[in-house]
Design a protein around this ligand. Structure first.
Ligand SMILES: Nc1ncnc2c1ncn2[C@@H]1O[C@H](COP(=O)(O)OP(=O)(O)OP(=O)(O)O)[C@@H](O)[C@H]1O
Ligand SMILES: [Mg+2]
Length: 278
């Protein structure tokens, strides 16, 4: 029996109806008391017969910072697509904690329910200030923007100030986002994700195109988020991965090739072979 099945067996005994009902405010129901915040089990995704994910199984613990590496085409982005409801697997289970079945929710529900995703290309509102970008992000519902902008509560202000500090853009708060450096835009986008209080953050190739200094700052930012949030980072830059990683998962041909510390996976002959063969 898989870990998820075992856990759900217990849940089933304890709360028979509770776990079966998908609910709109499912983030309230997030239960990570058994450890993992994310269960991906036996997930297969095919594109015209080609298996982009091939019975992929991995678990991410609550509060963990996990790095996912692997050669081009290994299935890393497809995995994120599955977790966020963008791609439906033909097989497998994907659960958020042990009570929320992500395969029964759509992309919007998943995003508003506590899983934030950062795509590679920053999508900030160029003509708005950094501060306004964070304000806009706080309201997932665009219809409440005008009222929100008119009067922010003290609590909302506090959260924005906290986010500005976290992403290191306090001094740039009133600058137009379009004038930020590439790295700063990436941080702003992470800040915008934070405004929606995600419990799990998925970040695809955060340091592509960054300077060394920006990479160091990004490393600090992401490691600082772990604990309060769970963070899954996909990244090709090995030096960067080494600087932040505790636990690394290596994907290859749609499944897990190796898992462990950076030293463990880098010395794994299977991993060496895959990377040399590139
Ligand atoms: N929508 C799609 N239609 C057809 N094939 C796809 C689609 N999306 C992904 N693939 C294929 O699935 C495989 C896995 O792609 P994926 O983007 O997940 O890899 P990746 O690990 O993110 O790679 P990279 O490091 O280059 O970003 C690739 O062979 C890719 O060509
Ligand atoms: Mg990718």
């Amino acid at each position: 029996m898989s870990m998820l099945e075992q856990t759900r067996e217990t849940m089933r005994r304890d709360r028979v109806f509770d776990w079966m009902m998908p609910s709109a405010d499912f983030s309230q129901r997030l239960d990570t008391s058994h450890g993992p915040i994310l269960y991906v089990e036996d997930v297969t995704v095919s594109f015209d017969g080609f298996r982009a994910l091939d019975e992929l199984t991995l678990y991410v613990d609550d509060g963990e910072l996990r790095c996912i590496i692997g050669p081009n085409g290994a299935g890393k982005t497809t995995m994120m697509d599955v977790i966020t409801g963008r791609t439906r697997p033909e097989q497998g289970r994907v659960w958020f904690g042990q009570r929320i079945d992500l395969l029964r929710l759509d992309e919007t529900e998943i995003a508003s329910g506590g899983i934030g995703r950062k795509f590679q290309k920053p999508t900030v509102f160029q003509n708005h200030s950094v501060l306004e970008n964070l304000e806009l992000a706080m309201a997932a519902d665009k219809r409440v923007w005008p009222t929100l902008l008119a009067r922010l509560s003290g609590e909302q202000r506090g959260r924005i100030e906290e986010a500005l500090e976290t992403i290191g853009l306090t001094a740039e708060a009133y600058q137009a986002a379009g004038q930020l450096s590439h790295g700063q835009k990436q941080w702003l986008e992470i800040g915008m994700l934070l405004m929606q209080n995600p419990r799990l953050l998925l970040v695809d190739e955060p340091v592509a195109g960054m300077t060394h200094q920006e990479m160091d700052r990004t490393a600090e930012l992401l490691t600082g988020l772990a604990g309060k949030h769970s963070v899954v980072v996909v990244e090709h830059d090995m030096e960067f991965v080494r600087s932040i990683a505790r636990q690394v998962t290596v994907l290859h041909q749609g499944s897990v090739l190796a898992e462990g510390t950076m030293d463990q996976v880098q010395n794994d002959p299977k991993v060496v072979e895959v990377y040399l063969g590139e």
